[in-house]
Design a protein. Sequence first.
Length: 112
Amino acid sequence: MTPLKIVETRPGNHSLLLNAGTTAVDGVVEEFGHEANGYFWEGIAQLLVATEAPDLDGRFKYDPEGGMFVAYGTDVAALEQLGTLLAVVANSPARLREIMAVAAERGFEFDD
């Protein structure tokens, strides 16, 4: 799941974290005119859930910042599944390009 990680923030509550600006695809993000910040990664997560993992919808919440993507909740399995999906995108320029094509097709607006 690298570069993401899950931490227990208090008993029974977990957060999925990605330090923004540290991925293998940051340059590609910029090629598309976006900032590789936490808000951008929230958009990617929303797209992945909507298009590839609708069973994850509503199982966690988002709380990104400029420097970090955060999803949190009590459902560790859902966070792990999201982390696995995001890790593929964060490590593969080709996969990011595929997701950006989906975003364009859907008229998805990133809030970065």
